[in-house]
Design a protein around this ligand. Structure first.
Ligand code: PGA
Length: 251
């Protein structure tokens, strides 16, 4: 049985002091949680303060993005080694907002996944179709391309460390959640794709999260699906009380 992961993606919200307040509230409310892996991904500017607040707790830190080189003349970019240095264990890679606004494509996502792993971080690689793609019925093709393109060339040992987040773009920040069955069916499809790329054992060991308007009200029914290993939460991770209820979905 895999330990469920609940990851909060704070996106471009929260100043340093707001981040510290939120992190402190989470430490207070989540310090006894042992059966769920809790990850928070604040903006870069808050990482060095938040890392102090969650030190020696069960809450882990993630970055929302990283560059695909470890160092060099890349003005404005942040290396995976730098986020590791500040205390991150995870990095979100290929979020749909970056695919859309910064034109990140699958080869770039693949480079980022590889550098993240080389730096000793666990990548949370996001995949998912747009509304248009879903309506055209090509959602599986799109997700297939995201998964195979993002994981291209990874060894078995490496792929086991990748966390995949299936986030249908039409469900992100819209209040529209994929039904648990829609999510389950795409997670199964991803699992089968991994099985073909590697083998069944590897496919079963990779954790696949669902993301897109996850809330305290729908987390339980999503987590009841056998192929859903956790959630990547945006909006509802910005309030301590709602994130707490999501993390404690089993209670
Ligand atoms: P949402 O965002 O929960 O606000 O829909 C999820 C995400 O983008 O990771």
């Amino acid at each position: 049985m895999k330990k469920p992961i609940i990851a909060g993606n704070w996106k471009m919200y929260n100043t340093i002091s707001q981040s510290c307040d939120l992190a402190s509230q989470l430490v207070e409310s989540l310090s006894l949680v042992k059966d769920v892996e809790v990850i928070i991904c604040p903006p870069f500017t808050s990482l060095s303060e938040v890392t102090k607040i969650i030190k020696n707790t069960n809450i882990r830190l993630g970055a929302q993005n990283i560059y695909f080189e470890k160092e060099g003349a890349y003005t404005g970019e942040i290396s995976p080694l730098m986020v590791k240095d500040v205390g991150c264990d995870y990095a979100i890679v290929g979020h749909s907002e970056r695919r859309k606004y910064i034109n990140e494509d699958n080869p770039l996502v693949n480079l980022k996944v590889r550098t993240t792993l080389e730096a000793g971080l666990y990548p949370i690689m996001c995949v998912g179709e747009s509304l248009e793609e879903r309506e055209k019925g090509v959602h599986e093709e799109i997700v297939y391309i995201h998964v195979t393109g993002g994981l291209l060339g990874l060894s078995e040992e490496e792929v086991k460390k990748v966390i995949i987040a299936y986030e249908p773009v039409w469900a992100i920040g819209t209040g529209k959640t994929a039904t648990p069955l829609d999510a389950q069916s795409m997670h199964k499809f991803i699992r089968n794709t991994l099985s073909k790329m590697y083998n069944e054992d590897i496919a079963n060991s990779v954790r696949i999260l669902y993301g897109g308007s996850v809330k305290p009200e729908n987390i339980k029914s999503l987590m009841a699906e056998s192929e859903i290993d956790g959630a990547l939460v945006g909006g509802a991770s910005l309030t301590a009380s709602s994130f707490e209820r999501i993390v404690k979905f089993m209670e």
